[in-house]
Design a protein around this ligand. Structure first.
Ligand SMILES: Cc1cc2nc3c(=O)[nH]c(=O)nc-3n(C[C@H](O)[C@H](O)[C@H](O)COP(=O)(O)OP(=O)(O)OC[C@H]3O[C@@H](n4cnc5c(N)ncnc54)[C@H](O)[C@@H]3O)c2cc1C
Length: 383
């Protein structure tokens, strides 16, 4: 039986994350967004709170919390600022959880403590200029020379790519083997042949770093076996999509909170606008979507904590919560009228930041194909 009752410890961690988001993240979100500033000081504070790598076992420097507790933390950070939530999602879910699950003992000892402490950042290099949704069709190549793996190719849209000390790079070792030739490599970025370029002028996530990576004969440390690459990418996304979904619950809640407050203070026709039925309809729509998104995230988290399969339920949560975040932020602007169109209030940033969540870590269309495949037994993803 699913039990959504929070433990005392979970309530305490949520309150700590909430206070931290309100005290440290919210006050800096607008300026960082305006200045396209990737706030590494704030990232360090997030790490100092134990919010980077929270699901990583304590022996490797994490907090060893369960997935439901992780969602509570990510929701609060997502309510504060999606650029910072992206850091948590990438480092914790895409990078650390992959190393926890697939890394050798030596790889875990080397990388996890420095990622959890914020001493180093890590990025996840799957997407390429010509390869997005069709993630198995990679052009980046890896070959073994004198017992060492050398990698060449390019990666596109990589979050934290300009600031990371470690890149998880997915590459093809033998194109004839198709997805069975894919492998994942731990690539230290401070080596010759590894270069990055910042991607500017994004619609949102302006306080987040996004990069294009170029790899010219760089050395990589194989994680898992050759042929595990696709499985590693999919297991990373199972955790990453959950994290994105939890962050989107934060956007929904933030949009709702801002709209309720504004609807009570703004008067028109000599009444608070919140007293008009059509404004209450918008608020009610936001409440329902926020609660539904949170319920789906918590269900996926509960399954993960029980060690049960959760891929489909994670896709359902990701699809619903990301689309709900876009809709709630949009409704939030509507409630604020003209004031919602400038950054005096957080709702316009919420909308710009939410927009990428239906694209990255698998677009909404790809989530629908995953859900459709699970329920029909027919795979529409393969040509
Ligand atoms: C700000 C930002 C940060 C990102 N961070 C990372 C990162 O850290 N690491 C990383 O590896 N990637 C990252 N990405 C890349 C992201 O995951 C991809 O953009 C996403 O997977 C979609 O790939 P694409 O852009 O190539 O679109 P495409 O795959 O070309 O898709 C274009 C459109 O076609 C649709 N489509 C494609 N195939 C199908 C199909 N079979 N059936 C129906 N519709 C289909 C898509 O749904 C979409 O609507 C990031 C992207 C952005 C914008």
């Amino acid at each position: 039986m699913i039990d959504f009752e929070l433990t005392d410890e979970q309530r305490l961690i949520r309150q700590t994350a909430r206070d931290f988001a309100d005290g440290e993240i919210v006050p800096r979100a607008r300026e960082n967004d305006r200045n396209e500033h990737f706030d590494t000081e704030l990232v360090q504070q997030i790490a100092d709170m134990g919010f980077l790598g929270a699901i990583v076992p304590e022996e490797y420097g994490g907090r060893g919390v369960d997935y439901r507790t992780y969602a509570l933390i990510v929701e609060e950070i997502g309510r504060g600022c999606s650029a910072m939530r992206t850091v948590v999602s990438v480092v914790t879910s895409l990078v650390c959880s992959s190393i926890v699950r697939w890394g050798s003992e030596e790889q875990k000892q080397e990388w996890l403590p420095q990622l959890c402490s914020g001493e180093s950042l890590g990025c996840f290099g799957l997407t390429e200029p010509d390869t997005g949704s069709d993630a198995a069709n990679l052009k980046t190549r890896a070959k073994e020379v004198d017992g060492k793996w050398r990698i060449s190719g390019g990666k596109m849209w990589i979050s934290l790519g300009n600031y990371s000390k470690l890149a998880l790079v997915f590459a093809q070792t033998d194109p004839e083997k198709k997805h069975k030739g894919l492998a994942c490599f731990l690539v230290p970025t401070d080596q010759p042949g590894f270069t990055t370029q910042a991607i500017h002028h994004k619609l949102g996530l302006k306080g987040s770093d996004t990069a294009e990576l170029a790899l010219d004969d760089v050395e990589g440390d194989l994680m898992g076996e050759v042929g595990d690459g696709f499985k590693i990418a999919m297991s990373a996304l199972d955790s990453g999509r959950y994290s994105v979904a939890a962050g989107c619950v934060g956007i929904c809640q933030g949009s709702l909170d801002a709209s309720i407050a504004y609807s009570k203070e703004r008067t028109q026709f000599e009444r608070p606008i919140g007293s008009f039925q059509l404004v209450q309809e918008m608020i009610a729509d936001m409440v329902v979507q926020t609660e539904a998104a949170r319920g789906l995230v918590w269900r996926a988290g509960w399954l993960k904590d029980q060690g049960k399969p959760s891929t489909t339920e994670t896709s359902i949560a990701k699809l619903y919560a990301t689309e709900a975040a876009v809709k709630c932020a949009d409704l939030g602007i509507q409630v604020h009228g003209g004031s919602g169109y400038v950054d005096d209030y957080p709702v316009e940033r919420y909308l710009r930041d939410a927009r990428v969540t239906t694209l990255y870590e698998g677009t909404s269309q790809i989530q629908k194909l995953i859900i459709g495949r699970a329920y029909t037994g027919l795979n529409a993803l393969v040509p």
